[in-house]
Write a new protein. Structure first.
Length: 145
């Protein structure tokens, strides 16, 4: 299996600040609507709903059903997945690197994946070692008292 298959969600979209699905949906609906220069009324009409209902969805006053989300995605001509992809990526240089990784060959993507897994495992081991050392020092300290 390839580290970053072109059919999967790119890593760029995965590394995000934590937000609820409702918040991400709301932010993306507003962003996409503004980028496409379309009104809430236009979307509501294409979804066969009242503009006030669409407004409540966009402003997180109600939670839309999957069917409603699908209608909205069709109305604004974007894949449903795009409505739930966070735009809050804090480190832009990381984003650029991840985009470059996404364009590598499958082999090189796998190599990057292995390297990242190795670094993450090394860091975890170092943190565990530090925690054990701290615990031992506290134990020794308590014996002195």
């Amino acid at each position: 299996m390839c580290f970053l298959n072109k059919k999967e969600v790119p890593l760029v979209k995965i590394i995000v600040e934590m937000s609820t699905a409702k918040e991400i949906l709301s932010e993306n609906l507003k962003l996409i609507r503004k980028q496409k220069n379309i009104s809430q009324q236009f979307i509501a009409e294409r979804c066969d709903m009242l503009a006030s209902t669409y407004n409540r969805i966009e402003n997180m006053k109600v939670s839309p059903s999957i069917d409603t989300i699908e209608k909205i995605a069709l109305a604004i001509e974007v894949p449903i997945a795009e409505l739930f992809q966070s735009q809050n990526i804090s480190d832009k240089s990381l984003v650029q690197k991840l985009e470059k990784i996404n364009n590598l060959s499958e082999y090189n993507q796998n190599v990057v994946g292995i390297l990242l897994d190795s670094i993450i495992e090394k860091d975890k081991l170092e943190q565990d070692k530090d925690q054990k050392m701290k615990s031992r020092l506290e134990e020794l300290d308590s014996l002195r008292k």
